[in-house]
Design a binder for this molecule. Structure first.
Ligand code: TPP
Ligand code: MG
Length: 582
């Protein structure tokens, strides 16, 4: 299949051949030649209002569908506006391809108008990146970009194409196979490691399945359920893995980490074997690393060998796709069980179940009868249900959305976990809705975050992308304010946003062609959510005017040991006595 055409036509043909159905982007001088053939393409291009929105939308699309998200921008400022979402996708292993225009090949290095070395800038935050100056290379580079982004540990790949290559005449030749020396992700786990892991699992008395975002990316939820039910081992799901295991499941202890449940934190801390599945021992999970789970041996399964032993020594390293690892472990443990060999976890399971029932997630209602943010989010989750996709911003609302929405299915919880990017929710929800048009998509956003990227409501309204946005309006940069309350003597330096006064979110929604609603009383919450659920032709924005002093609990203060967990201010759980009975 070879054909004469321009580099720009070849680029669009290549994107079609790679399977792209949607591109989020903004044109400009250097990428302009590509926008002309885009008009005749089957690909839907969605014109966003800021390139950051394009990048997060591509991430939301990828996170909801599992397919590669695509964003496009021009050189210089267009490309640099993609830096945050690229870094975000890198941290959260999101399959994404970013295509940027570059100045003409002869101008590169001359400080030409709108020239930025985006390849150099994104070198440490992409899985791989290319600069294409030869138009004949375009198809191969696009094919490689999609392959690299979506295989092994997924991640962002940047393809920077010089304007001269887009304008030149070339031959379109789609590669039938790819040669990527040095890139051969290991997906099949080593049998010896599986045997070793099986032995440790059977020997242990206090094991925990520590489930990370890799389990979602590997589409391994069913296999995880099989292993958990076969063994009876308790499960914790990290912020990136919420939904990988049903919240309603009796073995589920919830989220570990800084704002995790007491049961999940305690289970890791006191375990004798942590089975890590696509997780990375992030500092928000381990707290002070030296005192993390001091008696636990570690089985660490990950597709990326660089993760294994990075933060914590692995007794049994397993390089492989989490789904394949789980399938193998289920097979070996089933054989062992048939021979009468099963683990003895009875005392342990009873111990963690006791902690789970003694220290459930909870919150105090505000004394003044105002609206509590946790209540709003809890009701939203209950009314919208487990088939809805929830995208969040970063801050207190994100933690409450992780805690108080009950997730039952993978890919229904989308957030910026690793980078913690404020402004992620609205564009990510937009991308998720484009990828899953028949699914209800709620953005649960903070008043601060919302003000970083809400211009994408225009994109949503104009392009018939009816997302729903719940602004948890505590009129402050609440998470920062919480730290000021706890660690800076209530000196609230620069965290007051006054956002119950300015802007008027209902009018702002209206100005963007969306329906705007407001709610400030607990008794109106259900009716307001139901009203929003009933509007499906245009985007809806609800301004939930909540009280500002709510705090996220439980909490392990940054840098301290998980043993110091507080489930409310100055309240430490007491489980040593129960532990004595183990
Ligand atoms: C781009 C960016 N800038 C700054 C921060 C630091 N930060 C983390 S949470 C937060 C407050 C977020 O405020 P809001 O969106 O209102 O959420 P809330 O915590 O009030 O629920 C800030 C400033 C960040 N995470 N991202
Ligand atoms: Mg806020």
């Amino acid at each position: 299949m070879t054909e004469q055409m321009t580099g720009a036509q070849s680029l669009i043909r290549s994107l079609e051949a790679a399977g792209a159905d949607t591109i989020f982007g903004i044109p400009g001088g250097a990428i302009l030649p590509a926008y002309d053939p885009l008009m005749d393409s089957t690909i839907r291009h969605i014109l966003v209002r800021h390139e950051q929105g394009a990048g997060h939308a591509a991430q939301g699309y990828a996170a909801a569908t599992g397919r590669v998200g695509v964003c496009m921008a021009t050189s210089g400022p267009g490309a640099t506006n993609l830096v945050t979402p690229i870094a975000d996708a890198h941290m959260d292993s999101v399959p994404m391809v970013a295509v940027t225009g570059q100045v003409g090949a002869s101008m590169i290095g001359t400080d030409a108008f709108q020239e930025a070395d985006i390849r150099g800038i994104t070198m440490p935050i992409t899985k791989h990146n290319f600069l294409v100056t030869d138009p004949a290379e375009i198809p191969r580079r696009i094919a490689e970009a999609f392959h690299i982004a979506s295989t092994g540990r997924p991640g962002p790949v940047l393809v920077d194409v010089a304007k001269s290559a887009l304008q030149a005449s070339t031959i379109f030749d789609w590669p039938s196979e790819l040669h990527l020396p040095g890139y051969r992700p290991v997906t099949r786990p080593h049998a010896k490691q599986i045997r070793e892991a099986t032995r440790l699992i059977l020997e242990s008395r206090k094991p925990v399945l520590y489930v990370g975002g890799g389990t979602i990316r590997a589409r391994a939820s069913r296999e995880l359920l099989a292993l958990a039910e076969l063994t009876g081992i308790p499960v914790v799901t990290t912020l990136m893995a919420r939904g990988a295991f049903p919240d309603s499941h009796v073995q589920h202890l919830g989220m570990p980490g800084m704002h995790g449940t007491v049961a999940a934190v305690a289970a890791l801390q006191k375990s004798d074997l942590i089975i890590s599945l696509g997780a990375r021992f992030d500092d928000r999970v381990t707290g002070n690393l030296d005192s993390f789970a001091p008696h636990a041996k570690i089985i660490h399964a990950d597709i990326d060998p660089a993760e294994i032993g990075k933060n914590r020594h692995a007794d049994v390293p397993i390089v492989g796709d989490v789904r394949e690892v789980l399938l193998d472990l289920v097979a070996t443990l089933t054989t062992e069980a048939a021979a009468g060999r099963t683990g003895d976890y009875e005392g342990w399971v009873a111990f963690v179940a006791g902690i789970k029932s003694t220290y459930p997630l909870g919150y105090d209602e505000p004394a003044d009868g105002g609206l509590s943010p946790q209540y709003v989010i809890e009701r939203l989750g209950a009314i919208a249900g487990p088939d809805t996709v929830y995208a969040s911003g970063v801050g207190q609302h994100q933690m409450w959305a992780a805690q108080f929405v009950r997730y039952e299915k993978p890919n229904t919880w989308i957030n910026s976990g690793g980078l913690g990017t404020m402004g992620y929710a609205v564009p990510a929800a937009m991308g998720a809705k484009v990828g899953m048009p028949d699914t209800t998509v709620w953005a649960i956003d903070g008043d601060g975050c919302f003000q970083m990227t809400n211009q994408e409501l225009a994109t949503c309204a104009i392009n018939d992308i009816p997302i729903k946005v719940a602004i948890i309006n505590n009129e402050s940069l609440g998470m920062v304010r919480q730290w000021q309350t706890l660690f800076y003597n209530e000196r609230y330096s620069n965290t007051d946003l006054h956002s119950k006064r300015i802007p008027d979110f209902v009018k702002l929604a209206d100005a963007y062609g969306c329906v705007g609603l407001a709610c400030e009383k607990p008794e109106d919450v259900d009716a307001t959510i139901e009203k929003a659920m009933g509007i499906n032709d245009v985007p809806v924005v609800v301004d939930f005017r909540v009280h500002r002093d709510a705090m996220v609990w439980p909490m392990v203060a940054a840098g301290t040991s998980n043993d110091e967990i507080k489930y409310a201010r100055d309240l430490a759980p007491d489980f040593d006595e129960d532990e004595a009975s183990l």
